[in-house]
Design a protein around this ligand. Structure first.
Ligand code: PDD
Length: 275
């Protein structure tokens, strides 16, 4: 494992963040989380483009180009020698005396590289999710550092014995606390439309591409609770969990057969597997 801050590789537990870093005083920044398979960062271009988009939306000027970030990522991976890894990176609006107005200082880039978390295989048989009110702001397509509502939802779900919180806004499923949601019904795949209400997941887009490849028809649809509870199959997606089958929503169990989830997950694995 390894970290990068202020232009240098450092040890991951080194104390380096200045007290007036806007990232920790205001959550004033944006981030990405990327999975490395067999030494290669998966869908890196897509992640860097989303980071650029998120930065633009919060009027933050990245202090590094996508090419420069890619070089730092490659260098970091070489240094750790890790083949199965996860990379966290963020831009904050820099270091300046605390003031709500933007400072005229360069943004700060930081990164960590850690071994990829191993997902217990029994979870692949399905996990329980808890639906909770989506209390977030109106710009959830921005991958911003402000995650308090997401943390509170996840904490509440897990403390009650569930694996993930599925957020509901105005009666419709938006997404998970750190994942996107899919439903399969009568052979068709459904997922929440990519509006301002959700993060436009890189895994979500890859799964839709997989649906094309395995000839599963799909539709973006606002799904209410009745639709969700009546799913033939349901799963959530993220960079870290890939496709995670849902076995139970609150107290309602879903069917145990999940042919379409299984076929989409194999197609997804083919996207990153060595040719
Ligand atoms: N979270 N929705 C939210 C709110 C998320 O935080 C995430 C990812 C996703 C899935 O996005 P992607 O497929 O691009 O990983 C959806 C990351 C993993 C995190 O917060 O660490």
């Amino acid at each position: 494992e390894l970290a990068y801050y202020d232009g240098q590789f450092i040890s991951i537990d080194e104390k380096v963040i200045p007290i007036e870093e806007r990232g920790h005083q205001f959550g004033d920044g944006v981030y990405e989380f990327i999975r490395v398979y067999d030494g290669r960062p998966f869908l890196l271009t897509e992640h860097l483009e989303r980071l650029e988009r998120s930065s633009k939306e919060i009027l933050l000027t990245p202090s590094l180009s996508k090419e420069e970030i890619t070089a730092i990522v490659e260098d970091g991976l070489q240094r750790t020698g890790l083949l199965e890894a996860e990379i966290y990176m963020q831009f904050t609006r820099g270091i300046a005396p605390r003031n709500h107005l933007f400072p005229h200082v360069p943004s700060q880039f930081s990164m960590t590289i850690r071994p990829a978390k191993v997902i217990p295989s029994e979870k692949r048989n399905g996990v329980a999710v808890l639906t909770l009110e989506d209390e977030r702001w109106k710009n959830c397509y921005i991958k911003s550092l402000n995650l308090l509502p997401n943390l509170l939802a996840k904490q509440r779900a897990v403390s009650q014995g569930f694996e993930e919180a599925i957020l509901v806004k105005d009666g419709f499923i938006t997404e998970g606390s750190s994942s996107n949601v899919f439903v399969v019904k009568h052979g068709t795949l459904y997922t929440t439309p990519a509006t301002n209400r959700i993060l436009h997941g890189i895994t979500r887009a890859a799964v839709l591409e997989c649906a094309n490849r395995v000839n599963v028809s799909f539709q973006e649809k606002d799904m209410n609770m009745d639709f969700f509870l009546d799913a033939d199959e349901a799963f959530f997606t993220s960079t870290s969990v890939e496709l995670m089958p849902i076995s139970r929503i609150n107290e309602t169990s879903l069917p145990r057969e999940r042919p379409i989830t299984a076929s989409l997950h194999s197609a997804y694995k083919k996207l990153y597997a060595k040719k």
